[in-house]
Design a binder for this molecule. Structure first.
Ligand code: HEC
Length: 164
């Protein structure tokens, strides 16, 4: 290798290195502009990021924002749920299809016999409150009030054609 080709190699190498350094500097400047933003404005990437990271939904933790349910009605005295609602939410699990030998809603003969044996609505309501055989106390929902259990019994009787 001659001295002149050595010199040419050094010049070319310096040129390539200089070019790479200026490209790197340009990339750094572009990156800082897009992420940090200009004059206090959030950069393009930062804005997009916070948009993507935003939660899908917020959870309401205020007591007033909670829907009322059987549990919150317990102790308040007033039945917040109608007989139909209690039956739909609790009792129908067994009494719709006759699960575990439960008298089916609409089975007038079955309900009629039980109505007589228990001595009326109040007797049946007492059984429903305390349980019997496979029938759990309050149908398994301890949050139900006595009133709610009774209106549920009345509703199932009415649906089964039992006058009371
Ligand atoms: C886990 C199933 C189940 C759920 C839930 C359930 N019951 Fe029952 N229920 C039964 C079964 C089983 C019987 C029959 C018990 C027997 O005669 O031995 C029964 C019987 C009854 C009877 C007749 C009692 C009697 O003296 O013959 C009443 C009244 C009654 N349930 C009311 C309710 C009410 C009100 C609810 C809802 C608050 C409810 N049940 C929820 C299973 C259930």
């Amino acid at each position: 290798m001659s001295a002149s080709s050595d010199r040419r190699f050094v010049i070319v190498l310096a040129g390539v290195l200089g070019g790479l350094v200026s490209i790197a500097l340009a990339l750094i400047v572009i990156a800082s502009l897009t992420t940090r933003g200009v004059e206090g404005q959030p950069g393009l990437q930062t804005a997009r990021l916070s948009e993507r990271l935003a939660p899908l939904a917020a959870v309401a933790t205020e007591a007033t924002a909670q829907p009322t349910n059987a549990a919150s009605a317990a102790g308040s005295g007033a039945p917040a749920l109608s007989g139909a609602q209690v039956v739909q939410q609790v009792c129908s699990a067994c009494h719709s299809a006759g699960v575990l030998g439960a008298p089916k809603i609409g089975d007038g003969a079955n309900w009629g016999a039980r109505f007589k044996a228990a001595g009326g609505v109040d007797g049946l309501a007492q059984v429903a409150l305390h349980g019997k055989g496979n029938m759990p106390p309050k149908g398994g929902d301890a949050a139900l009030t006595e009133d709610q259990v009774k209106v549920a019994v009345q509703y199932m009787l009415a649906q089964s054609g039992i006058k009371h």
